[in-house]
Design a protein around this ligand. Structure first.
Ligand code: SD4
Length: 291
C-alpha cells in the first residue's frame, strides 16, 4: 500500500508540492493542500503561465482560469478572471459559498472583491515586454512546452486517504481575447472521484476539452486501468484521431488512484510531474507518445 500523504503536480513545481506537503503534515486535508500548493505558483511572477506575471492574451489582458474539486465531488471554478492573483482561492469560494459551480469574467471579479481579495495588476513588466515582442509578428501557434513549468495542476491524498485536486492557469499565451481553456472545466482540466482517483491535464486545452480528458482518465481507472495505463489511453484518444495535428501541440496528464498509485503521460518529451511522498520531493520525467 502506498505511503500517505501524497502530492503530485504537473511540471517542475517543487515549491508548490512542498507547501502542499507542509499543509498535509500539519494535519491539513487534501483540499487545503492543493489550494495552498497552487497559490505558490499563482504568486510567483517568474512563472509566466499562472496568476500574477502570466502572459496576456493578444490584447494585453491577463485572464485566469482555475478550478478545484473536493472529496465529496463538489467543485468550483472561475473563468476569465482578471486583476485577482489567487484564482484557485476564488474557485474554492465559489464551491463552498455559492449555489453555483462556475463564475466568469466581471461577475467572478466582483465576487472576489466582495470576499476581500485585492485588486492587482497581473501584467508584469517582463510579461508586457514579451507580449510587445510577440506583437511584432503576431504569429499565433501553440508552443510545445513553452516553459519548464506551466499551468499547475495538483492532486493530493491526505492521511485519511481522501483525494482533492486543483488547477490554475493564465491559459495559452497570446490567446484570443475571451478564450477559455480546459483548466476551469470540470471533467476536462480536472476530475476527482474520491472512490476511484483523480486526474489533471496540461497543454493545449482545446484538445483536452474535445476528449473530456480528465473525466476519461478517471473512468478508465474505474474500469480497472492503472493511472499510467489510463493516462496513456487518454493521450491515444487525441493522437489517434483522423487528421490529428499532435506533432504540433503538447498535452500531458497526471493521475492518481485510490490506492496511491500514480501515472503520467504526454504527447511530447519533456513533460514532467513533481511528486512529494515519504519525505522526498522530486521531479519525474514523463513517458511520452511521439518518439
Ligand atoms: C490551457 N491547458 O489554457 C491550459 C494551458 C496549459 O501548459 O496547460 N499550458 O489550455
Amino acid at each position: 500500500k502506498a505511503s500517505l500523504p501524497l502530492v503530485i503536480a504537473t511540471w517542475h513545481v517543487e515549491n508548490a508540492t512542498a507547501k502542499a506537503m507542509e499543509v498535509l503534515q500539519a494535519g491539513g486535508n487534501a483540499l487545503d493542500a492543493v489550494e495552498q500548493g497552487c497559490m505558490i505558483e499563482e504568486a510567483d511572477v517568474m512563472n509566466q503561465s499562472v496568476g500574477k506575471g502570466g502572459l496576456p492574451d493578444r490584447e494585453g489582458n491577463v485572464t485566469l482560469d482555475a478550478c478545484i474539486m473536493d472529496k465529496h465531488g463538489n467543485c468550483g471554478s472561475v473563468v476569465y478572471l482578471q486583476n485577482v492573483t489567487h484564482a484557485v482561492s476564488v474557485a474554492r469560494k465559489v464551491m463552498e459559498e455559492t449555489p453555483h459551480v462556475m463564475l466568469a469574467g466581471k461577475g467572478a471579479e466582483q465576487y472576489a472583491y466582495e470576499l476581500g481579495f485585492k485588486k492587482e495588476n497581473l501584467l508584469t513588466e517582463a510579461s508586457k515586454e514579451a507580449w510587445e515582442k510577440w506583437k511584432v509578428e503576431s504569429e499565433y501557434k501553440p508552443i510545445i512546452n513553452i516553459e519548464n513549468h506551466d499551468t499547475i495542476g495538483m492532486l493530493a491524498i491526505d492521511k485519511n486517504g481522501d483525494i482533492s485536486g486543483a488547477c490554475t492557469t493564465s491559459g495559452l499565451a497570446y490567446k484570443m481575447a475571451g478564450r477559455v481553456g480546459d483548466s476551469p472545466i470540470i471533467g476536462s482540466g480536472l476530475f476527482v472521484d474520491n472512490e476511484i482517483g483523480a486526474c489533471v491535464a496540461t497543454g493545449l486545452g482545446e484538445e483536452v476539452v474535445k476528449t473530456v480528458g480528465s473525466f476519461l482518465v478517471v473512468e478508465l481507472m474505474r474500469q480497472g486501468k492503472s493511472p499510467q495505463e489510463a493516462c496513456e489511453e487518454a493521450i491515444n484518444r487525441i493522437v489517434n484521431k483522423p487528421k490529428s495535428d499532435y506533432k504540433n501541440f503538447q498535452v500531458g496528464y497526471i493521475a492518481v488512484n485510490k490506492q496511491g498509485e500514480i501515472g503520467s503521460y504526454s504527447i511530447h518529451q519533456w513533460f514532467s510531474m513533481t511528486k512529494f511522498q515519504d519525505g522526498v520531493n522530486e521531479q519525474i520525467q514523463s513517458d511520452f507518445f511521439y518518439k
